[in-house]
Design a protein around this ligand. Structure first.
Ligand code: NSS
Length: 420
């Protein structure tokens, strides 16, 4: 039996497996708080029991099997405790290196052990629910899941932060985005999505950049920017509102009020120019033509308690594949999360004319040869289409109200860290 079930079975005789989460021993009794994947439970062993001495000698994180009778006890966490009549020690742990108040760097060094903490356990559960709800939404809405490559010869988001690698004497990279491949796949499947790791060699040490992250991307044929934003809104509302219900316990334990994250549609839209006006008013002027940086987004989002879209950035500030409008802007939008969290989605309508695409590639000094196959997509039955990429860890950080993105993923990859 697991602990969650045991908590509602007062009066029953049960057997449980767990790790020692806390231990307090006295002359008469040993109090063991055990944890398993589902919760924590107080277990009491009296001095009259055969296992009393063994229990008193246990250490934090030892693994044990216990049996006995459950009874109501108002003072116990969960208000139920186990009166132990039998104890089997599976492994007596060495002295556990993690104690209270340790530095963030130390906790990263022992990440493989720190993953056992309540905080990270709750975060990983919320992340799993996010992935489940995401797939659920796409499957219900006619999208087919596809598996684009991670090793690539064609950069999607520009060379500066791509990880290069040796590939049998040729130049290759770790994928920054599956987008170009998803664009190829809409010509057969029309609506596709993928969930893959993306890699960014970002040297900037911010609280929202990982060098490896989970990238959820979607692409749809016959879909303009309006259709694109509608897909994003509905997806985010389904996922976030689902988490507010399905992960209530985990959110509360993380100190997050589930009602605070609920998304109400439609999301507000702010043009790039209005965003600049807001920044100017708040004493953070940004020059027209520049991208809106991390800090700027945080400042903008202090003003909102729902996610918003910032639309139509200057085309020079964005990637080559975005459709241009009015000669100046790109038909794109970033979704920013509230409470200062900033960008969680980047999306756009794609340039479907080969002539215009080639012009933009020239401007960006991209080598046509590297994108020959991609240009073919505009030669054979080109179609208006759109897509977007959502950073899974960015969304988890917002929902779990985490200070740093490193705690959204089991083994964070940061500029100064590839182990454990
Ligand atoms: O660079 S993006 O804004 N856009 C793309 O890569 C498009 N090619 C996606 C597409 O249209 N298919 O990245 C998309 C999202 C962005 O909004 C963030 O939420 C997330 O990917 N992202 C990151 N998350 C964590 N760490 C890093 N370094 C990171 N970079 C982007």
């Amino acid at each position: 039996m697991q602990i969650r079930d045991a908590l509602s079975r007062a009066g029953d005789e049960v057997e449980l497996f767990g790790w020692v989460y806390r231990i307090r021993s006295g002359k008469e009794k040993v109090f063991l708080v055990l944890r398993d994947a589902t919760g924590i439970l107080q277990c009491v062993i009296g001095s009259e029991q055969a296992g009393f001495k063994d229990a008193a000698g246990l250490s934090i994180e030892s693994s044990v099997r216990v049996n006995g009778r459950l009874r109501v006890d108002e003072r116990a966490p969960g208000k139920v405790e186990l009166r132990v009549s039998g104890l089997e020690i599976i492994h007596k742990a060495e002295r556990f290196p993690i104690t209270k108040n340790q530095s963030a760097e130390f906790l990263l060094d022992v990440r493989h052990l720190w993953l056992r903490s309540r905080k990270l356990t709750n975060v990983m559960r919320i992340k799993a629910e996010l992935l489940k709800l995401t797939r659920e939404w796409f499957e219900k809405n006619g999208f087919t899941e596809v598996t684009p490559p991670i090793l690539t010869g064609s950069n999607c988001e520009g060379g500066a932060d791509a990880f290069p690698l040796k590939y049998f004497g040729k130049k290759a990279f770790l994928s920054q985005s599956a987008q170009l491949y998803l664009e190829a796949l809409i010509f057969s499947l029309e609506r596709v999505y993928s969930l893959t790791p993306s890699f960014r060699a970002e040297k900037s040490r911010t609280r929202r950049h990982l060098t490896e992250y989970m990238h959820l991307e979607a692409e749809a044929a016959n879909c303009d920017i309006e259709c694109n934003l509608k897909i994003q809104e509905e997806l985010i509302a389904h996922v976030v509102n689902g988490i507010a219900v399905n992960c209530e316990t985990e959110l509360l334990e993380l100190g997050r009020n589930p009602n605070k994250i609920r998304v109400k549609l439609p999301l507000q839209r702010l043009s790039y120019e209005s965003a600049l006006e807001l920044l100017e008013k708040k004493g953070h002027p940004v020059e027209w033509g520049s991208d809106i940086g991390s800090r700027d987004e945080e400042i903008i989002m202090e003003e909102f308690d729902q996610p918003i879209f910032v639309t139509r950035y200057p085309r020079g500030a964005k990637a080559f594949y975005m459709k241009c409008v009015d000669g100046k802007h790109a038909e794109c939008a970033d979704m920013l999360a509230p409470e200062g969290y900033g960008e969680i989605i980047g999306g756009s309508e794609r340039e479907d004319s080969i002539t215009k695409l080639l012009e933009r590639m020239k401007e960006e000094k991209l080598n046509e040869k590297d994108y020959e196959w991609y240009l073919d997509l505009r030669r054979y039955g080109s179609v208006p289409h759109s897509g977007f990429g959502l950073g899974i860890e960015r969304v988890v950080r917002w929902l779990c109200k985490l200070d740093h993105i490193r705690d959204t993923t089991p083994f964070p990859r940061l500029p100064n860290r590839v182990t454990p």
